[in-house]
Design a protein around this ligand. Sequence first.
Ligand SMILES: *[C@@H]1O[C@H](CO)[C@@H](O)[C@H](O)[C@H]1NC(C)=O
Ligand SMILES: *[C@@H]1O[C@H](CO)[C@@H](O)[C@H](O)[C@H]1NC(C)=O
Ligand SMILES: [Zn+2]
Length: 452
Amino acid sequence: MMKLNRGSIFLIAFLLSTLTSLQSSSSSSSEESNIISRFQQYLQIKTNHPTPNYTQSSQFLISLSKSLSLESQTIELVPGKPIIILKWAGTSPELPSIMLYSHTDVVPAEHDKWVHHPFKAHVDDEGRIYARGSQDMKCVSMQYLEAVRILKSWDFQPKRTVYLVFAPDEEIGGHDGAEKFSLSKDFQDLNVGIVLDEGLASPDEHYRAFYAERSPWWLVIKAVGAPGHGSKLYDNSAMENLLKSIESIRRFRASQFDLIKAGLKAEGDVVSINMAFLKAGTPSPTGFVMNLQPSEAEAGFDIRVPPTADAESLERRIAEEWAPSCRNMSFRLGQFKQKLSVLDASGKPVITKTDSSNPWWALLENAVQESGGKLGKPEIFPASTDARYFRRVGLPAIGFSPMANTPILLHDHNEYLHKDEYLKGIKVYESIIKAYASFDERVKDGTSKDEL
Ligand SMILES: *[C@@H]1O[C@H](CO)[C@@H](O)[C@H](O)[C@H]1NC(C)=O
Ligand SMILES: *[C@@H]1O[C@H](CO)[C@@H](O)[C@H](O)[C@H]1NC(C)=O
Ligand SMILES: [Zn+2]
């Protein structure tokens, strides 16, 4: 046997440890590149409106579910609009299940305004993955699946059944997707206890989580008045009547915006109102007739109302200040059904509780923290998501997309997600799914069944 002195022992130990670390880093980096490559493949599928290829996205998701030995089921509540349900059976199937929900469609992209093609999923030198859907919300769909893959590799056994549900058409209102699904027997059969759906990226280090959302009211106001010569000053023309309303709406808009600017309220907590169109004038072959004051004028507004706002007083404001009949004005509220949909059967706003009455909230907070992430204050989602349909049938639903340190680029040109944020998000879901799937309120805090 060779005689070894201290120095050579150190040298051998050093070489061995270098070898081992090289090996493990090369296997983890190849695993990492597989994870990114699966994300890219999903991003490359053109599920953009107006002609999303749901056939291809379904095939892809089902092939992934096979590689994870998950049971899969495809239902079509509307032909050509598949909903994919993947099941990871729990050991206590009588407990309400966990639904990890995502939509498969994306909004269109103007290719020529992007630095990298929106369906190539190019990773740039910095590690940014450019693609339509990289934030909204193909990231979340794939992160759910990757987290399940990792938990399975540890032989983790969920107590509750975990469903991964991928649905179409969110970007066009979700009527043929989440809305019909939430009311279906197929959904009831899943016995869901908690829904996770999408949130928004966060430019700072805190992840954002949403417990409710604003509902859209699409308001069109119309004024009529006596027509007249363009040179004449007179009261009560249609344009004058409309402008008075627009001035009043602008003051209201500023008052709400000031609350955000002053840091007193978050975006989702105020009523937003933005003018979407103005329609007036008498067309002529060269543009508009200029020496005529028209007898009709119309304007349209996108209003977003948080569930915490006083909807009745807003309706009164519309009827009395923005479109008063005494000023020869009338109004239409489109999407009005949506307004009702944020109220539950007893007329209370539909929100998911974020206090101790909802254990899923605390579990999420803890799980995020345990994975090394930070969670901001719960917020009202400023726009709409499919989560509203599940809240409407009485379920808690949390909007959450783990993207910190990321500019908000959903629906924007050059939507991207950094690969490190994407990978971190998988860790966050590992932690959340583990906590959710293990949660059993029948077991008292701090005492496991084994100890009883
Ligand atoms: C959609 O995807 C399927 C399956 O990958 C493919 O055969 C088909 O050509 C695609 N349809 C369109 C319109 O691109
Ligand atoms: C409303 O319309 C009527 C009929 O055109 C007109 O006589 C009246 O002055 C208008 N009033 C206002 C406030 O515009
Ligand atoms: Zn979305």
